[in-house]
Design a protein around this ligand. Structure first.
Ligand code: SIN
Ligand code: CO
Length: 386
């Protein structure tokens, strides 16, 4: 398959477009085949835990109702009734984390692995009848929007000085004013890349499916909170033996501020060396639960002489420590430290989804790796290949 970036090289894309400029690629997925029908997608939204939303431009009340309002959304879980009561036009069904439920979508994600795996979030799909849209909005992350079936008219604002005021409405951040400066009609197989925070407005022209490959950009507060919660388990209390008398009981003295700050900073310094371990664990942690048969999985064991495969939702990553001559392997929030001679085997694990006995046998001589792999089998992320 040719590159999804058309005649733009991956290097050129990363240098000139990624996080900077939008890009339309005609025929990025020339042989795109829809893996489901609208009915099957609605079934998935009703019958699984896949996070889903319906966005309707004219609300959900019957048209004649006085309460009928503008843009509104409903979250899953859904029942058949939620779908049968929808109008013929002007609504959209969106389903996130789709790769967990439709494994073939791993083939789409594969095309984006010139960006590291930890940056890739999920595949979302939207289904819309004619004129369906989620309204003009911005997203805080990079996104590639692939037209799966039908046509979508995209309007985007590329300038920075656009009006940011939102319409008053529940649960949706829709821009009140939207004057596009670029417009594109995307047909099946076409793709548009949008950098973070670029206002966009996509309207279905006829029945339409759009797939979004979204990226993760962790925010500092979230990272710090998770770092503290997971790592700062050994706590220490402030103490002040030898305190001298202070003139005002209301003052938090310079000296006390300094001691308190030191108490905090010393803990941060203590853990700083482990930041890369925390990040590896945090960034491979999967976000949702995949339904599994617990009894069956508990009975499974790991035989390194067999060939195994990884589910596309199971995140693997590694970091290298050249000073220590070690390689750290991370899988779904777990961590194993290995000798650097295992680097190639670990790279193979992270880059591929099917593993031969040779790779696994070499790694399984490490006890911690063996028990981690057994755990991953029992969590349902790894299974016998074939
Ligand atoms: C859609 O697929 O309708 C919306 C996707 C987006 O705008 O982010
Ligand atoms: Co968007």
């Amino acid at each position: 398959m040719q590159s999804i970036l058309g005649n733009i090289s991956k290097e050129d894309f990363l240098k000139n477009y990624w996080q900077k400029k939008p890009l339309v690629i005609r025929g990025a997925f020339p042989d795109f085949e829809m893996p489901f029908t609208p009915e099957e997608l609605a079934g998935l939204a009703c019958d699984t835990d896949a996070p889903s939303r319906i966005v309707s431009e004219n609300g959900f009340e019957p048209k004649h109702s006085l309460n009928s309002k503008q843009w509104d959304s409903k979250q899953s879980p859904f029942t058949d009734e939620d779908f049968t009561s929808l109008p013929d036009t002007h609504w959209t069904l969106l389903v996130n984390d789709l790769e967990r439920y439709i494994p073939e979508l791993g083939n789409i994600i594969e095309q984006f692995r010139f960006i590291p795996d930890w940056r890739i979030d999920d595949v979302m799909v939207s289904y819309a009848p004619d004129q369906g849209s989620v309204g003009p909005h911005t997203d805080q992350y990079d996104v590639f929007l692939i037209q799966g079936q039908g046509k979508r008219h995209w309007k985007i604002i590329t300038r920075d000085d656009y009006p940011t005021q939102l319409i008053n409405g529940p649960s949706l951040a829709i821009l009140k004013e939207f004057k596009a400066d670029e417009e594109y009609l995307l047909e099946a197989g076409d793709m548009i890349y949008l950098p973070p925070n670029m206002p966009h407005y996509g309207i279905a022209e006829g029945e339409c499916f759009t797939f979004s490959v979204g990226f993760r950009a962790p925010d500092s507060t979230d990272l710090i909170q998770n770092w503290v919660d997971s790592t700062f388990t050994k706590t220490e209390r402030y103490s002040d033996a030898g305190r001298t008398l202070q003139s005002s009981s209301g003052e938090i003295s310079r000296n006390d501020i300094q001691k308190l700050s030191q108490l905090m900073l010393s803990k941060i310094q203590e853990q700083q060396g482990n930041l890369s371990i925390f990040l590896g664990k945090h960034l491979t942690q999967s976000k949702g639960e995949t339904p599994v048969d617990e009894d069956l999985l508990a009975s499974l064991s790991f035989n390194p002489k067999e060939e195994y495969q990884r589910e596309s939702w199971l995140r693997f990553a590694f970091t290298e420590d050249k000073e220590e001559n070690t390689v750290h392997f991370f899988a779904d929030g777990h961590h194993v430290k290995l000798k650097s001679k295992n680097l190639n085997a670990v790279k193979e694990l992270c880059e591929n989804y099917v593993y031969g006995a040779e790779t696994l046998q070499a790694l399984a001589t490490n006890k911690a790796f063996k028990s981690l792999f057994t755990l991953l089998i029992r969590e349902g992320g790894i299974s016998l290949a074939g």
